[in-house]
Every structure is written in C-alpha cells, then in structure tokens.
Design a protein around this ligand. Structure first.
Ligand code: FAD
Length: 427
C-alpha cells in the first residue's frame, strides 16, 4: 500500500502496521536512524509529534550545532552531508579562555592534519536536510504529526505502539497501532515514554538555561570557535557564514530572563562586556531562545524489544557540543547491528543483540557524559584554589601536545571504535 505521508513522501508498507523497527520521535537523531535503516532497506516506521517543516520556514530552532569530523563522516555516508555544503562553516581553530583569569588553550586543525576540527550548522538546516533525505528512503513510513502514546511489550515477538494523531489535519491512513520487532525511543531528554516504560534515570538539574542567538560581529571570525568561561557561565561563539557567529551562553534562570528581555543593543552590550572586543564588537543579533539545561542519563539503554538512543538516553549540557555527536554514534552502532542481524535472518529485537549494542556504546556514553559534567562543574566553581588549578590546567593543556592530541581526536569523534558509517561504508 502506498501512503502520502505529511512530509510528501510516498512509502510502501504493510497494511497491518507491522514493521521491523518502529522509531518514536523524529528529531535529528530519530530521522538519522530512519535514514540509516531505510538506506539498508530495513522496513521502518517513524512516528513524530510535530508537523513537517515547510521549506521556507524551518520548524526547528536556530541553535548552532557543532558537528565533529566523525558526525560529518556518518552524515556523508547517509548521503545527507552532500546537500549541506552551503549551510556548514568549518571550525579551523578553537580558543578556550577563562574570563578575568590567566590561562587559555588553543586547538588548530593543522596540528591534527585535518581541514577542520568540526563544522557549525543551524539545527534547522540540518533538520531540513534530514527530512529531504528521509523523503527518498523507500520503506520508511513516516507518521506525523502523530504521537506514540503507549507501548505494550509482552512475551510475543513484537512491541505494540499505540498511535494518536496530534495535528488539526488528519493523517491519511493513520493506524491506531504499530507492531514492531524492535522499538527505538528517540523522543528526547524529557521522555514520557521512557518514564512510562519504567526506565530509571540519573538526573542533575544544572539550574541553568542556554541562551542562543545568531549575532553578527564587526570582524570576520576566521573560522575560530571561542569557548569563554565567564562568571555567569560558559559562553560559546561558533563561526557561521560571513561575520555571523552562533552564540550559546549558559547562565542561571534569572540572568537568562534578563538577557531575553533586553533590546538588541542592550543584549549586544552585555555580550561584548563578557566576550570582549576580540571580534571588533557586534553589530546585530537575531532572535533569541533559551533552553533549560539538565544532565539526564538512562540507567539502561536497552530492554525487552527496546533500545533508547540520542537525548532520550543521554541528555547533556551543551558546553562541549557533544549531545548530537554522541547520538549520531548511537545511530551508527545500532543501525549496523540491526542490519547485520537482519541480513543473516535474525531478529532486530533479540535480547542478546540489544545487549551487544548496549555494551558497544557503554564506554563512549559514559566517557562523554562524565567529561561534560566535570567540565560544567569545574568551570562553574569560583573557589580560588580551583580557579588557579584550572588556569594552570588550561596552560598545561596548551603547552603539552600529547594531551591536546588525545583530547582533540576524541572531540573530533575520531577516537575509539569506528562504526561502518563513520568509515564511509554502507551497512
Ligand atoms: C543550546 C544547545 C546547543 C547545542 N549544541 C550542540 C552542539 O554544538 N553539538 C552537539 O553535538 N549537540 C548539541 N546540542 C545537543 C543536541 O541539540 C541534541 O543532542 C539533539 O538535538 C538531540 O536530538 P534527539 O533527536 O535525540 O532529541 P530531540 O531533538 O529532543 O527530538 C525528540 C523528538 O521526539 C518527538 N517526540 C517526543 N515525544 C514523542 C512521542 N511520544 N511520539 C512521537 N514523537 C515524540 C519530539 O517532537 C522531537 O521531535 C545542543 C543542545 C542545546 C540545547
């Protein structure tokens, strides 16, 4: 049966709502998984609560996302990167400093023999490219706007998902149930389904918000990404097109409210006060958004006919720009394991297969969430001995090439195990 989905795709699927893999949540991670599996000809149903974004007005926010070299490779193998060349800006250098204290660190692309340490893209541009790629994946059925309201798992070899429409316009042929051998939760950090399924989480509320905006500087950034630790919280300025930079500035709730309420001149003055005049000051600011910041890590990332990936598994502070990069590595590992099993006539929801996935991802997920949390706590502290220690730490980091190389390789997503997608190989 062929269905015209809300995103304009024609897909073919079984009438009884059965598929190999059902994905709850079509954000950046859920869509990437659907594309990876779809390219491998795995029958997939993706359920996403929001409407598809029209071409002219992205439904996504404009948060700047720094993608690692590893993520670039994964997106390239999926055929998504090729359409993004006009939307991405390479990061050729990173400059880390602690406002009002000594010590800074620099990373340069040439020290790692790469053209770029990473790439900056607006989340909306990446979302639209993924939607377009999804449209060309036969065998991926997209149900949107619709939600997965409940999940039942019993001894049968399938999970059952209850589907409900969420938009004002009914989705044609929307099934009330979808049955899948494996259900993948990609419904974000605040995941009601994860809670409904009784998966415990470790949680830390940072009591901070990340204020984001696109700002235009007087001088060109020369591809430098700045990370500045200020008394209010970490401030990242990421290079974007022309003289534009993507700002991600974390601070407590009251300060973020104050910053959002300022007019553009007041906002740019506050930014200049904290960042300084390195880029010659700022001339304009785009719309501002604020995101609450919490560390949420699921204690289990697999269960009976269930895998949890992306923010639903690990929701991180954006200070190190690692959340989506980590989620894309989840996608690459899970898609590789599922495709390999199906090729040999296996069951994608098989318990030992899922345990293998969890084991493959454990080290990376733990390392990145611990390191990100440690960074937030270290630089939030104003105790004099710690301030001194981190100044020395930044200097040592800058002067000691082996530490820099090790850190840089991991930050670029080039350390550890490489999935097939990250090596440019199809599944
Ligand atoms: C300010 C900021 C800056 C960041 N910068 C970076 C960066 O530089 N680099 C980086 O790697 N990461 C960065 N991140 C993190 C990155 O944005 C996230 O890790 C990533 O977007 C998570 O994607 P996701 O698909 O897992 O979750 P989400 O984006 O939360 O998507 C979840 C989706 O599930 C849908 N959904 C929810 N419930 C249901 C349901 N019941 N049924 C159907 N659909 C449902 C929602 O509509 C949504 O589309 C940043 C985050 C913030 C806040």
């Amino acid at each position: 049966m062929s269905v015209h989905a809300d995103n304009g795709t024609h897909v073919t699927h079984a009438r009884d709502g059965r598929c190999e893999v059902a994905i709850a949540g079509g954000g950046l991670v859920g869509m990437s998984l659907a594309i990876a599996l779809g390219r491998g000809r795995v029958p997939v149903t993706l359920v996403e609560a929001s409407k598809a974004s029209p071409e002219s007005a992205s439904g996504y926010d404009s948060r700047p996302i720094a993608l690692s070299q590893g993520s670039r490779r994964i997106l390239h193998t999926l055929g998504v990167w090729q359409s993004l060349s006009a939307a991405v800006t390479p990061i050729t250098r990173i400059h880390v400093s602690d406002r009002g204290h000594f010590g800074f660190a620099r990373l340069r692309a040439e020290d790692y023999s790469v053209d770029a340490l990473g790439y900056v893209i607006a989340a909306g541009d990446l979302g639209q490219a993924l939607e377009a790629a999804l449209g060309s994946c036969e065998g991926v059925r997209v149900l949107r706007p619709a939600t997965v309201d409940a999940v039942t798992r019993d001894d049968s070899p399938e999970a059952q998902l209850c589907i409900a429409a969420t938009g004002d316009k009914p989705v044609e042929d929307l099934p009330s149930r979808v049955r899948a051998k494996l259900m993948v939760l990609c419904d974000g950090g605040h995941s009601p389904l994860r809670e409904q399924l009784g998966i415990p989480v470790n949680e830390r509320d940072y009591g901070q918000f990340a204020v984001t905006a696109r700002v235009e500087a007087r001088s060109h950034h020369d591809g430098v990404a700045y990370e500045r630790f200020t008394a209010a919280g970490p401030l990242a300025l990421l290079p974007m097109h022309g003289n534009h930079c993507g700002l991600v500035w974390s601070m407590d709730a009251d300060s973020s409210k104050h910053l959002l309420a300022l007019d553009d001149d007041g906002f740019l003055a506050a930014l200049t006060e904290q960042f300084g005049t390195r880029l010659g000051g700022f001339v304009s600011a785009g719309p501002r958004n604020a995101f609450p910041l919490r560390l949420v890590t699921a204690t289990e990332v697999v269960g009976r006919r269930l895998a949890i990936i992306g923010n639903a598994a690990n929701s991180l502070h954006p200070v190190a720009g690692q959340g989506l990069n980590l989620g894309l590595r989840d996608v690459a590992a899970l898609a590789e394991i599922i495709s390999g099993s199906l090729r040999e006539g296996g069951d994608p929801g098989d318990a030992s297969l899922l345990a293998h996935y969890a084991q493959c991802r454990r080290h990376d997920q733990k390392r990145v969430s611990l390191a990100t949390d440690a960074l937030v706590r270290l630089f939030s502290n104003r105790l004099t001995p710690l301030v001194l220690a981190r100044g020395l730490g930044l200097l040592a980091f800058d002067l000691f090439p082996p530490i820099k190389r090790h850190f840089g390789n991991h930050a670029m997503g080039l350390g550890g195990h490489h999935s097939r997608l990250a090596r440019g190989l199809s599944l």
